[in-house]
Design a protein around this ligand. Structure first.
Ligand code: PPE
Length: 311
């Protein structure tokens, strides 16, 4: 995870502010109580300009996350989508990561979020390979975390909330401390859930498996894309609960996420997965994914949201 590469403007509550001016008060509610929901997506440089991968779906998920935590957003998904396109143009970026966030701001302290105003901001900046430059080609190592995925009745994994990422951070630090690249969390029933910032897939005998949403995971947009791609390519793909031994004995395991894209896992808890590098099915899906986000596959044009150049 690289140092932050600053861009020029950040959008906040309808205005474009200079990067350094886009701040919030120390007593902002979200800072104390985790009352924020956010999104993460990538804008790719394609042959026809800059295009954001599944921008409407990400904004719709933000709106849903806000609804789940009963936080009124004063912008529609469409307005946020327009603001994002405008912001990428204003920053003159060809490719970047996009981070919209809606949070309870300054004005009230105390557990009840409702008296605090809701602020919405969008930041865009260049962000390279999430798990390191080698990871996409050779895979990363992972460890099963001693921290569990929260249950559906406690900061649910289905909400992309800042509060939920405390758990991700605990799991990620533990993985790093144990010498692994990333953590895999099991849920309270012991079923495989997801990575600290990714969904997970396994391949066994040419069939793909990924945990169902009911195992308490984030409904990843990359996950949804890979499910569609795999089926379109003729693979059998099952959404079914997995236990940790399914991971140890899989032919291939990989992570998916907006930041992580499609990242192979080479070993889990010190056990080599398959050949210990990017497996053949992972290779097919990863290259298809990268072709699509390069704007070269007309079949999936619907997933690419074009950022028109300024006149
Ligand atoms: N699970 C978790 C816990 C998660 O954080 C992400 C995305 C996913 C699954 C995959 O979702 P999607 O991006 O829709 O395919 N993690 C974001 C945050 C990364 C960060 O460190 O910040 C991301 O990939 O943008």
């Amino acid at each position: 995870m690289a140092a932050l590469a600053e861009s020029t403007y950040i959008w906040k509550n309808g205005e474009k502010l200079a990067w350094a001016e886009a701040t919030t008060h120390i007593l902002s509610h979200a800072l104390h109580y985790g009352t924020a929901v956010f999104e993460g997506m990538r804008c790719y440089q394609t042959d026809s300009g800059s295009e954001v991968f599944r921008l409407p779906e990400h904004m719709q998920r933000l709106v849903r996350s806000a609804a789940i935590i009963d936080m009124p957003l004063h912008y529609t998904a469409d307005e946020l989508l327009e603001a994002t396109a405008d912001l990428i143009r204003a920053n003159n970026l060809r490719s970047c990561y996009v981070r919209p966030i809606a949070f309870r701001g300054y004005g009230a302290v105390g557990v009840n979020p409702r008296p605090a105003p809701v602020d919405v901001a969008i930041a865009v900046w260049p962000w390279d390979a999430y798990l390191g430059p080698e990871a996409l080609a050779s895979g990363i190592t992972a460890g099963i975390s001693s921290w569990r995925q929260r249950s559906a009745n406690a900061t649910p994994g289905a909400v992309k909330s800042s509060a939920g990422y405390l758990n991700s951070g605990l799991a990620h630090m533990e993985a790093i401390d144990h010498g692994y690249g990333e953590a895999i969390l099991l849920n309270e029933s012991g079923m495989v859930a997801e990575g600290s910032g990714e969904n997970i897939f396994i391949v066994r005998d040419q069939t793909l498996y990924t945990p169902p949403l009911s195992d308490g995971i984030l409904a990843g947009i990359t996950r949804d894309s890979i499910i569609t791609l795999a089926r379109d390519l003729g693979y059998t793909l099952k959404e079914s609960s997995l236990v940790r031994t399914d991971l140890y004995t899989a032919d291939e395991v990989f992570f998916t996420g907006s930041a992580a894209e499609v990242t192979p896992i080479s070993a889990i808890d010190g056990r080599r997965i398959g050949g210990g590098s990017r497996g053949p099915v992972t290779t097919v899906l990863q290259s298809r994914f990268f072709e699509i986000v390069s704007g070269r596959v007309s079949e999936y044009e619907r997933w690419m949201y074009r950022i028109e150049a300024d006149e």
